[in-house]
Each structure stands twice: as structure tokens, then as C-alpha cells.
Design a protein around this ligand. Structure first.
Ligand SMILES: Cc1ncc(COP(=O)(O)O)c(C=O)c1O
Length: 365
């Protein structure tokens, strides 16, 4: 089976070197030396300050909301992975959904502005498939209304806008280093706080609120990244550039061969440096998308309908007997979710297989 992605793993001997070090030190977690080294190397690679590594991208989001003291209503996108909406509910906040731009698939700042009330505390936007949100417009809205701006940058490792890391925008950005991401630590994530004003708070929250042996000064959580995760990250960071190059080649191969097909659209990318983490293709109609999905499965190609269903269509909203899509007028998000399909993209994907996928799609259209 060809899956939509495949985890990048280093040579086993390279990882073993780190394991030998861990065995020698017998220091498995709690601010280990490998974690500290990974944080330094990530800051260098991403050209940012103030990065705190954590257990996963979901806890990164939870800590982001908590450390910014977000209350009441959070304006967000329904066109995302479940974690973005779930964390808002988990923190007992109210998600308010804004529609997306039909070309970039990111939250639409005009609709964000319409959804602001006197209860709005923040915007939680997602750089969908690593494509930068409308950063300037969202910044302006956040400043005008004195609300916080958080970016779920789970897909956006290494992405730049206007030749600057997109992690430098907003109050906080979060990354996911899950096995399926372009840079992985098996499970993992990070919190980036450009101004640095929440760093102490975030570090405390990551480790139960413990300040010193006898002082616990806030009710924190356990979001510590362990040494085995950090070791994986140190190995994978060495190959991330070359992997992005391979992904770029694959992306352009799909693009060259599919972009002239009738009714087929690609996401409009606004990044000055992109990471090619996904290969989303938007078909003319939902039925066609579903048919292509099924036909590709028959030849052993497992594409994914990311992000279908929209998070607003999850069971737990249905149980509330509210049609959230209608309530929030999410026309573009519903439309794109119905027509999108993410094709396989990962460094080792062979051109022969890509061509087979392309030919199948063309034969059906
Ligand atoms: C947009 C988005 N946000 C958050 C997450 C959560 O990250 P993690 O799986 O590391 O908890 C993911 C993970 O896939 C994601 O795609």
C-alpha cells in the first residue's frame, strides 16, 4: 500500500549512537542534554528565538492557550485536523468558526473580523498544509481589537513568508513533530513565543508548574520531551533539507502533469520558502473526488480526504442539534472539504508510482 506519507527515519546506527549516550548517562527525560541540544539546533535551523520543545503538537496548543490566558471565544477555522478544535473545547473555551479563503484554504480575515464580539479573546489560525495565513491582515485585526493571535503551525516547519520565518508572527506559534510531519521526533512539538514574554510561564507549564524542589507555583501539566524523542529529532534535522528538496521535485511533477486537467485546482501558495509537506488537489465535484479516492485505493494508493469532514461536522457538534456550518456560514470551507484530496508525497516516493497515480486520475477525469 502506498500511503499519503511515510515517516522519515534515520539510519539505525546513527540513532544507536544517541542510544548509547542515553544508556551511559541514564538520564531519560526532564531537561536532558539531548533535549537542550535539539532546542538550540532547532532555533538555529528555523532562525528564531524562544522555542520550547514539548511532547506533542496538541499539548503545545493547550499550553499556548493557557499561557496567553485566553478566555471565552476563540475564532478559528473548521478546515483543519481535529486537534485545533479539540483543544479549544478541552480548555473549556468556545470555538467560533470563520470561513476560509477558497484559494489559500486558510482562515479568511474578513470573516474573522465579522465574527468578533465583546467576548472574543483570540484568533487560533492554522497555516493549512504549511501555506502561510494572511499574516498582515490577521495581525492588524488582533492589534485593533486587542486580542491574542495564535498560529497552529503544525504543518509549517521551515516555511518562510517574505523571506522571514512564519514562526515570527503572532503571539505564539505551535509546531507538531509527529511521525507523519516533515520533521519528526516520533511524537513531539514545540511552542514559539517571538516576544519572549511567555517563555518562563510556558517552561513552568511544561513541567507541572515546578519552579524549584520545594516550589510549585502554578497548576502545570506534563509536556516534557524525552531524550529518545530528542535523539530522533537530532538525527532527522540533518536530512530535513534534502527531504524538502525531494518533496519539491515530486510536488512539481504532480503539478506539471495535472494542473491543466479540467476543473482541477491546486492550493495558491503564498510562501517565499515552502516545505511541500502535503500534495492537496481540489477536484471539480465531490462525487468525482470520492470516485478518484476509491479507484486509487483499488490500485493500492491510500490518499486522504484531509480535511473532510470539517471539524464543525464532528459527532459532538451534531449531538448539540445545531447545524454549525449554516450557523457560521462556512460556504468555502464546506465546498473545499467536499472536493479536496491529498495525494501521496514523501521523499522516497518513486516517479513510476507518481506517474501511475497521475495516469489513473487523468483517465477518470
Ligand atoms: C493542524 C494540526 N494541528 C495540531 C496537530 C496536533 O499535533 P500532534 O499530533 O503532534 O499532537 C496536528 C497533527 O497532525 C495538525 O495537523
Amino acid at each position: 500500500m502506498i500511503n499519503v506519507t511515510k515517516a522519515d527515519i534515520p539510519g539505525i546506527e546513527e540513532y544507536m549512537e544517541y542510544l548509547r549516550y542515553i544508556w551511559k548517562e541514564a538520564w531519560l527525560t526532564n531537561d536532558g542534554e539531548l533535549l537542550k541540544l535539539l532546542e538550540i539546533k532547532l532555533k538555529e535551523y528555523l532562525k528564531i528565538n524562544n522555542l520550547i520543545a514539548v511532547t506533542n503538537g496538541t499539548l503545545a496548543l493547550q499550553i499556548a492557550l493557557k499561557s496567553l490566558n485566553v478566555k471565552d471565544e476563540v475564532i478559528t477555522t473548521p478546515f483543519t485536523f481535529s486537534a485545533t478544535t479539540n483543544v479549544i473545547l478541552w480548555e473549556e473555551l468556545k470555538p467560533v468558526f470563520a470561513d476560509i479563503d477558497e484559494e489559500t484554504y486558510n482562515i479568511d480575515p474578513i470573516d474573522v473580523e465579522k465574527k468578533i464580539t465583546d467576548k472574543t479573546s483570540s484568533i487560533l489560525a492554522v497555516h493549512v498544509y504549511g501555506n502561510p495565513c494572511n499574516l498582515d491582515a490577521l495581525q492588524q485585526i488582533a492589534e485593533e481589537h486587542s486580542i491574542k493571535l495564535i498560529y497552529d503551525a503544525a504543518h509549517a516547519f521551515g516555511v518562510e513568508y517574505d523571506n522571514k520565518s512564519i514562526l515570527k508572527y503572532g503571539d505564539i506559534s505551535t509546531l507538531s513533530f509527529h511521525a507523519t510531519k516533515i520533521f519528526n521526533t516520533i511524537e513531539g512539538g514545540a511552542i514559539i513565543n517571538p516576544s519572549g514574554n511567555c517563555v518562563d510561564q510556558i517552561k513552568l507549564m511544561r513541567n507541572h508548574g515546578i519552579k524549584s524542589e520545594e516550589e510549585v507555583i502554578l497548576p502545570g501539566i506534563n509536556a516534557k520531551m524525552n531524550e529518545f524523542q530528542a535523539a530522533m529529532g537530532l538525527c532527522n534535522l540533518k536530512t530535513v533539507d534534502q527531504n524538502i528538496k525531494k518533496r519539491k521535485k515530486i510536488y512539481h511533477h504532480y503539478f506539471k502533469n495535472l494542473s491543466n486537467e479540467k476543473g482541477l485546482k491546486f492550493q495558491k501558495i503564498t510562501a517565499s520558502k515552502y516545505n511541500y509537506s502535503y500534495m492537496p488537489v481540489c477536484f471539480e465535484k465531490k462525487d468525482l473526488r470520492n470516485n478518484i479516492h476509491q479507484e486509487l485505493l483499488k490500485i493500492g494508493v491510500n490518499c486522504r480526504k484531509y480535511f473532510y469532514p470539517l471539524t464543525v461536522n464532528y459527532e459532538y457538534f451534531k449531538n448539540q442539534n445545531i447545524d454549525v456550518v449554516k450557523k457560521y456560514n462556512l460556504k468555502n470551507a464546506s465546498d473545499i472539504a467536499d472536493r479536496i484530496l491529498c495525494l501521496p508525497i514523501y521523499p522516497e516516493l518513486e516517479e513510476e508510482i507518481i506517474d501511475e497515480i497521475i495516469n489513473k486520475i487523468v483517465s477518470i477525469i
